[in-house]
Design a protein. Structure first.
Length: 376
């Protein structure tokens, strides 16, 4: 697997529901240039370093069995457990297909409405409906169709999406703005939102802690890219979409603004996600990327509670008042102290004291390494 370079990516691949016990993949680690064999066993990915003999021609996992090629090694362990956690079964299913770069052949983003076919409604919000669809009857896409005719809002969202290019952000393919209803055409995320995914696992509570933290790390990667360019202003689990590979993409830039210091306040007629908002916003201060950091702290509570809404049982306005008094959400059930400490950093009253997304990524990676004691 060329694209897998870390243990966490190997685990992501094996986590796909199509994989069964004994699914495996061989990958090369970026950090130490060593080959690893990763095997799905129970709820865990186990990683075995593939060691090489003196002449570099022999491969082995345990000393007494050596092989001339990696293929021979895999064949042997498909028939014999030989000290592994499980016999090797099927190779891991293939990764996400690379997305096409764009649909329009010129640099203009505009496509004809007749080239789009709506197939199935995926969701509906205050301003837009999202459909699964096809472009030119060949390419699967998502079509976001706006109900709102406030052109300046739609234009901001389109302009922002045209400028942002990162693997952790939902990719814009094309737009259709020459007639009503206007729409955005993006890559299709069949696995829905992180919120839906978490809720679907709530009953079994079967997500490893390090997998939950991996979602959080992926979101920080997208936000590191965003934080000096725009403020998102609506960062929550509902707006994180999942690829087939359970990789996160930040979506819904409907409330986002280009990051011009001091210019952004949300107009009073827009429904806003109050329980995700930083206290300075209620004092009518400007939005900054530190407001997104606050929201990220709330998003961490959604992840660790399998999709529960924040501040359970509290009305929006009593939430606002208690936050302004300096009170904070209690540690969610099952949330380790070390993770709650990170949340509390995100919820510091003074925005300047909140960590950057780069610092958050480091702290979360440290939690994953701590939880990952099953290696080698």
């Amino acid at each position: 697997f060329e694209s897998v370079k870390t243990r966490i990516e190997a685990r992501r691949c094996l986590l796909r529901p199509e994989n069964k016990e004994g699914a495996f993949l061989v990958w090369k680690c970026d950090e130490n240039n060593q080959y690893y064999l990763s095997v799905w066993n129970g709820l865990h990915a186990r990683h075995y370093r593939v060691k090489k003999g003196e002449n570099d021609k022999q491969f082995f996992l345990v000393h007494h069995t050596t092989f001339q090629t990696l293929c021979e090694l895999i064949e042997f362990y498909s028939k014999n457990e030989g000290g592994l956690c499980a016999k090797l079964h099927e190779p891991c299913v293939k990764l996400d297909q690379p997305a096409p770069l764009t649909l329009s052949f010129e640099t203009k983003w505009e496509v004809e409405r007749s080239s789009l076919t709506k197939i199935k409604k995926l969701g509906s919000g205050e301003f837009a409906e999202v459909w699964q669809g096809l472009w030119n009857n060949t390419t699967e896409v998502a079509i976001k169709e706006f109900k709102d005719v406030n052109y300046s809002n739609i234009k901001t969202e389109i302009d922002i999406m045209k400028e942002l290019h990162h693997e952790r952000l939902l990719k814009l393919y094309a737009v259709c703005t020459n007639s009503e209803p206007m729409c955005l055409v993006t890559e299709l995320m069949k696995n829905g939102s992180l919120k839906q995914f978490l809720i679907s696992h709530k009953e079994k509570q079967d997500l490893e802690f390090s997998i939950m933290m991996d979602f959080a790390v992926q979101i920080t990667e997208g936000m590191i890219y965003i934080e000096n360019k725009i403020v998102h202003r609506d960062l929550r689990a509902d707006n994180i979409l999942l690829t087939d590979m359970q990789c996160c993409k930040i979506a819904d830039f409907g409330l986002a603004e280009i990051n011009l210091a001091g210019s952004h306040r949300i107009s009073s007629d827009i429904k806003v996600p109050v329980k995700w908002m930083a206290p300075e916003i209620f004092e009518n201060k400007a939005y900054t990327s530190k407001c997104d950091v606050w929201s990220f702290g709330i998003l961490l509570t959604e992840i660790v509670t399998y999709g529960d809404d924040p501040y359970p049982g509290m009305e929006k306005m009593s939430c606002v008042r208690s936050i302004q008094r300096g009170e904070r959400m209690e540690r969610p059930a099952g949330c380790p102290e070390a993770l709650y400490d990170i949340m509390l950093l995100c919820w510091r009253s003074n925005p300047e004291e909140r960590p950057t997304f780069t610092e958050l990524r480091e702290k979360l990676m440290a939690l994953i390494h701590e939880a990952d004691s099953e290696l080698e």
